[in-house]
Design a protein around this ligand. Structure first.
Ligand SMILES: NC(=O)c1ccc[n+]([C@@H]2O[C@H](COP(=O)([O-])OP(=O)(O)OC[C@H]3O[C@@H](n4cnc5c(N)ncnc54)[C@H](O)[C@@H]3O)[C@@H](O)[C@H]2O)c1
Length: 314
């Protein structure tokens, strides 16, 4: 197939591109490099199925018009502003990228009849109320402009399925971690904790650390994303993916540091937008896509730590 990946130079995007190429597809990448890096694609770009990297913005409709002349079969739309705190500080940027940018992509998909896989997030959910975890029926709650923008975009994407019969799938992966994730303040919690551990710095926990996360290893996440684009079974559907096990941030810090004295509690930067319990029920992904995670938390953390030690990218 001919495939477009927006945000393909980012953390999850580069794994999605890698897998699509291994599966034999021709891949184009659109990314404005606002948070991605061409270096993330270095090893992948040399293969003959990597067709083109376009440095461009999903808000630039002229760039999109030209790019979509390639008659794609599937568009994986991952490009987005992803930082919760930034969305609270500067909601317009997140709204413009995540809602208007998605609308622009959607218009092109409609014009050229391209299946769209829209990358949403578990951050749209209200916290898990039971030990069985969050299914796609769980109530949503736009606790931050990031979540609000993703929900708005989801609704637009679904409306193109109902109004125009466009094949679309909404996917909501849970918090994802692994190699190539940034380890600065904006990175995921696993990357930030590992970097601080390796630098002999304290591991800072926002609030009491009792908030939980269902942590999905990035190769499992990428397999989920890619598979959603291959199947007509999930057209018009919303589908979750996670490990199916949650861990408190406090437990995670202990697991990563191995040394409790290194853990430091600091005031939460946005307690009002915190989701206290995130635990995924992936039964629908398993039923419709045959998807299940292959990497447990310990293995994923070990692989991430090995990568951080070996790379010059951070
Ligand atoms: N990391 C997670 O835990 C997680 C979990 C669920 C869903 N997601 C979603 O997955 C997607 C990828 O997230 P990630 O963690 O890899 O983040 P990322 O920031 O590494 O990837 C996003 C990419 O989009 C690009 N981008 C941003 N705005 C753009 C624009 N206007 N035009 C073109 N490119 C633009 C960035 O440069 C970056 O490369 C996002 O949609 C995010 O909301 C992430």
């Amino acid at each position: 197939m001919k495939v477009l990946v927006t945000g393909g130079a980012g953390f999850i995007g580069r794994w999605v591109v890698d897998l699509l190429i291994k599966d034999g597809h021709q891949v184009w990448v659109l990314d404005d490099l606002s948070n991605g890096r061409v270096e993330n694609l270095q090893e992948i770009k040399t293969g003959k199925n990597f067709v083109e990297f376009v440095e461009g913005d999903i808000k630039d409709t002229q760039v999109l018009r030209e790019l979509f002349r390639n008659k794609f079969d599937v568009c994986y739309h991952l490009a987005a502003s992803i930082n919760v705190q930034d969305s609270i500080d500067l909601p317009k940027k997140t709204f413009d990228n995540d809602v208007i940018g998605t609308f622009n992509i959607l218009e092109q998909c409609k014009h050229h009849q391209v299946k769209m896989v829209f990358m949403s997030t578990c951050m749209v959910y209200e916290m898990a109320k039971s030990k069985d975890g969050i299914t796609e029926q769980n109530p949503v709650k736009p606790a931050s402009p990031y979540a609000g923008s993703k929900l708005a975009a989801e609704n637009m994407v679904l409306s193109y399925y109902y109004a125009y019969g466009l094949p679309v799938t909404i996917i909501r992966p849970f918090n994802t971690y692994g190699p190539y994730q940034k380890t600065g303040g904006e990175g995921g919690v696993v990357a930030v904790f590992l970097k601080n551990k390796l630098a002999n710095k304290p591991l800072q926990i926002y609030g009491d650390g009792l908030q939980t996360r269902d942590l999905l290893y990035v190769e499992d996440c990428a397999r989920f994303v890619v598979t959603a684009g291959y199947s007509d079974q999930v057209n018009g559907e919303i589908v979750n993916a996670g490990l199916g096990m949650d861990v408190s941030i406090k437990e995670l810090a202990k697991l990563i540091s191995g040394d409790h004295s290194r853990i430091k509690y600091v005031e939460h930067i946005h307690p009002q937008s915190e989701i206290q319990k995130l635990l995924c029920d992936s039964s629908k992904a398993n039923k419709l896509l045959g998807w299940h995670p292959d990497f447990d938390l310990e293995t994923g953390i070990r692989k991430t730590e090995e990568w951080i030690k070996s790379t010059t990218l951070i």
